[in-house]
Design a protein around this ligand. Structure first.
Ligand SMILES: *Cc1c(COP(=O)(O)O)cnc(C)c1O
Length: 406
């Protein structure tokens, strides 16, 4: 086989479809996020409009100070797996902070949110005898991979469709172990799951619940505990999973659950046991970020205001975006080549960075620009973005919505 030819052909097909991914080589400016320098070409300074560092916590002085302190005090890496000399006091403190955030007995850290889903779901589903996993159709790749890896029986329920979920649950013996896996805020459409109703079904049919709150932790609830906190449901969920890499601005993933469940995953999950622990400075930074967002609501309020403002500005010029109850603004393009082109021109001519979201991240025909306003975007940033989109929508002859009479 001509191996190199095979790779080149596969890549060339991706390019033809407009689905080839190009990374933006950026250098962020500490202290002035969302600004960055584009090192990949000569476009100079850009404003980032698609970061999952939703609140700018990756630049927060408390977070940076905690990381500097830890680095100076204990050095760079953890030096091993948690089991073999990689557990530091910073890891222990972070797990306590996370358990408290979600009102659970315990929490367990992983090197990323991806790994936490893969390892926790994979281990639960594999080890619980005859476990059936009921997985929402739009679950994240990390959940899907974990469930697949477990080799447990799985059934996919139509996205957020309670009737379908109940139909599948009701078809099973009541005493069969079942695990319902879903997310709170779905990251591409920005819609939110009916968590309370799902918990009701779980109670009725004797199922466990596993909730991915990756796009909600730090952002919702009085202390940033997520949608389940906001809705007073944290105690009804068996497992809450989150990331430290998005709104908390650092890196890492976790589950929060009962002490026994966390101890079980700690003891049986290969993806927890056999990998080097997060650097202590990373853990310390995450702890500082969580602590800050537990007591400060200013970032959440300011983010909400920016999201509302941008939505209203897009509506005023008829730029189509998915209506949803979250902080995510998906501007719909519906064509991979145009989506990539828009993104390229925004970067090249306007210094605006919005990554195109194409298949397989979203279904074909729903290609979009996913915009995530943050408290640190200025009014001038919004003005500039809206002006650019207005010009490009005309230039590319993209569909607009009728604008309501003012
Ligand atoms: C990003 C993401 C993850 C993975 O979290 P990381 O910390 O980035 O690995 C898990 N679930 C969802 C829904 C995500 O969007």
């Amino acid at each position: 086989m001509n191996y190199n030819g095979f790779f080149a052909a596969a890549l060339s097909q991706l390019k033809d479809e407009g689905n080839y991914r190009v990374f933006a080589d950026l250098e962020r400016h500490c202290g002035s996020f969302p600004n960055a320098t584009n090192r990949g070409n000569d476009t100079g300074d850009v404003t980032i409009w698609c970061s999952n560092d939703y609140l700018g916590m990756g630049q927060h002085p408390d977070v940076l100070a905690a990381m500097h302190d830890a680095l100076d005090k204990v050095g760079a890496g953890a030096g091993g797996t948690r089991n073999i000399s990689g557990t530091t006091h910073d890891h222990v403190l972070l797990e306590a902070e996370l358990a408290d955030l979600h009102g659970k007995e315990a929490a367990l850290l992983f090197t990323s949110g991806y790994v936490s889903n893969w390892a926790a779901l994979g281990t639960l589903a594999a080890k619980i005898p005859d476990c059936l996993v009921l997985s929402d159709a739009l679950n994240h790749a990390s959940m899907i991979e974990g469930i697949r890896h477990s080799k447990a029986d799985r059934q996919i329920w139509r996205h957020n469709d309670l009737a379908h979920l109940e139909e599948l649950l009701a078809a099973q013996p009541l005493d069969r172990p079942k695990l319902i896996a879903f997310e709170s805020v779905y990251s591409m459409d920005g819609d939110i799951a009916p968590i309370a109703a799902i918990c009701d079904l779980a109670d009725k049919y004797n199922a466990m619940t596993y909730l991915d709150e990756v796009h909600a932790v730090g952002l919702y609830g009085p202390r940033g505990g997520g949608i389940a906190e906001r809705e007073g449901l944290m105690d009804r969920l068996t497992v809450i999973e989150g990331t430290l890499g998005k709104a908390f601005g650092v890196m890492g993933g976790y589950i929060a659950a009962s002490a026994n469940l966390c101890d079980f995953i700690r003891s049986f999950a290969s993806g927890f046991i056999f990998t080097t622990a997060l650097p202590p400075a990373v853990a310390a930074g995450a702890t500082a970020s969580i602590r800050h967002l537990k007591s400060s609501r200013a970032e959440r309020a300011a983010q909400k205001a920016k999201v509302t403002e941008l939505r209203a500005r897009l509506d005023a010029i008829g730029i189509p975006h998915l209506d949803n109850p979250s902080h995510i603004i998906p501007v719909m393009v519906g064509d991979p080549v145009k989506c990539k082109y828009l993104s390229d021109i925004l970067m090249r001519d306007y210094g605006i960075y919005i990554q195109p979201i194409n298949y397989p991240t979203v279904p074909k025909g729903t290609e979009r620009l996913r915009i995530t306003p943050s408290p640190v975007h200025s009014d001038a940033d919004i003005e500039h973005l809206v002006g650019a989109l207005e010009t490009l929508w005309a230039q590319c002859q993209l569909a607009r919505l009728p604008v309501a009479a003012q």
